[in-house]
Design a protein around this ligand. Structure first.
Ligand SMILES: NC(=O)c1ccc[n+]([C@@H]2O[C@H](COP(=O)([O-])OP(=O)(O)OC[C@H]3O[C@@H](n4cnc5c(N)ncnc54)[C@H](O)[C@@H]3O)[C@@H](O)[C@H]2O)c1
Ligand SMILES: [Zn+2]
Length: 368
């Protein structure tokens, strides 16, 4: 089969470095990837019940091409199934497939699949290798890169997990063709975020190409996906365990996580909550004297161009603030905010008062 132009990036982590391959038709390199990893034992293709019926067989055929027996297993799709019970089920599947310590697991799906399968791979026999084949924008530009894996507990999101880097990430943009539009738009919030925190040119590209990107013009989507992987990959190489610069990736997330929790994780997709969170964070930056109103308006224009929200008129503001204070990233009672000081650059602020945070949230209610 014809493969398109494939670009490769390396996430530099010494002996645990790994490549990210990006392009159209990229999936065709899977047999070579498996061979280069020396895989001889069975391979589990772990996915969800939306993605497995569309792409499972195609991936299985490529696994066979590498001379290995594939075993497809699928979890129910959706965040509600990102639970310990699913780890147990996947590990049962790995055992049924006859996997051993030398095996490789393939995570085929969005961020939910990547997080669950990654954690199952981190735990099975104290850790087996895994390959990420991300199929949503969120997974392609964010969750498949960086090695954070996790499942939720009923009391807190992403609270059970491990750092476990993949052996390779294969990003095939063709997979986006079946992605629902709302999921596409929500994922693009993370790309806009990468522009604001690290690359003014990426941000400008997102402003200029919104129509083509929303129409899934893959030639136009390639650059922002690749650039996002470069940005996240470089940050992870520098600060794998989030002691410093990796926190930049949380831009919009202090507010966003509060918004998700206060809306019971049902009203907004993650990227939609992050769009709201970025608008609040930019407003906060303006109030702190770090950017001007023109910056806030420019970011807002870009978010709106992707059909993402910048307002939540009925926001239960006290619940959002309360949830922000309970976020697992809050250390010793101090909320940390990532705020821009110019396009493509952010700083960390731990001196923001509750009143200042409240004022920024009020902007989302339409008062500013
Ligand atoms: N580990 C990390 O660093 C990290 C970073 C960001 C997000 N996450 C996690 O990622 C999750 C969100 O990921 P997501 O937005 O990809 O959601 P998701 O995995 O739930 O996917 C969204 C929906 O799209 C379906 N789908 C996936 N690919 C498809 C395709 N190509 N065609 C048709 N349907 C498809 C899925 O079945 C699901 O119903 C959250 O749990 C979040 O915590 C993790
Ligand atoms: Zn996010």
């Amino acid at each position: 089969m014809q493969t398109g132009n494939i670009q490769s990036i390396t996430v530099d982590l010494g002996k645990r470095s790994y490549p990210i391959h990006i392009g159209t038709g990229t999936i065709e390199i899977l047999p070579d990837t498996l061979r280069s990893l020396g895989v001889k034992c069975a391979v589990a293709i772990a996915s969800d019940d939306n993605v497995a019926p569309i792409y499972g067989e195609r991936v299985a055929a490529l696994v066979r091409e590498a001379g290995v027996v594939p075993h497809i297993c699928a979890m129910p799709g959706g965040e509600a199934h990102k639970r310990m019970a699913q780890i147990d089920r996947f590990i049962g599947e790995f055992l049924k497939a006859g996997m051993d310590r030398t095996s490789v697991v393939i995570a085929l799906g969005g961020g939910v699949v990547g997080d669950v399968v990654g954690y199952a791979a981190a735990s099975f026999m104290r850790g087996v290798r895994f390959i990420q084949i991300p199929t949503t924008i969120v997974a392609q530009v964010d969750s498949s890169v960086g090695g954070k894996t996790a499942v939720n507990h009923e009391l807190a999101k992403n609270i059970i997990g491990a750092f476990h880097q993949p052996s390779a990430v294969i990003i095939d943009l063709d997979f986006l063709k079946s992605l629902p539009d709302r999921e596409l738009r929500a994922g693009l919030a993370e790309v806009i975020k990468h522009g604001v925190i690290a690359d003014a040119a990426l941000f400008a590209y997102m402003e200029e190409n919104a129509d083509a990107i929303l129409a899934k013009d893959l030639d136009k989507i390639e650059f922002p996906v690749r650039r996002s992987c470069e940005i996240k990959g470089a940050i992870v190489s520098e600060d794998e365990h989030e002691h410093g610069v990796r926190a930049n990736l949380n831009y919009g997330h202090t507010f966003g996580h509060g918004i998700e929790a206060a809306s019971n994780y049902s009203q907004f997709l993650h990227g939609e909550a992050i769009a709201l969170g970025m608008h609040a964070a930019a407003t906060l930056a303006r109030d702190l004297g770090m950017v001007d109103q023109a910056f806030v308006d420019r970011q807002r224009g870009c978010i709106e161009a992707y059909g993402l929200p910048v307002a939540w008129p009925q926001m239960p503001i006290d619940r959002v603030l309360e949830a922000m204070r309970h976020d697992k990233k809050v250390r010793a009672g101090t909320m940390k905010f990532i705020v821009p000081d110019l396009m493509g650059h952010v700083v960390h602020r731990t001196d923001v008062t509750v009143d200042q945070a409240r004022t920024a949230l009020e902007a989302l209610m339409g008062s500013v």
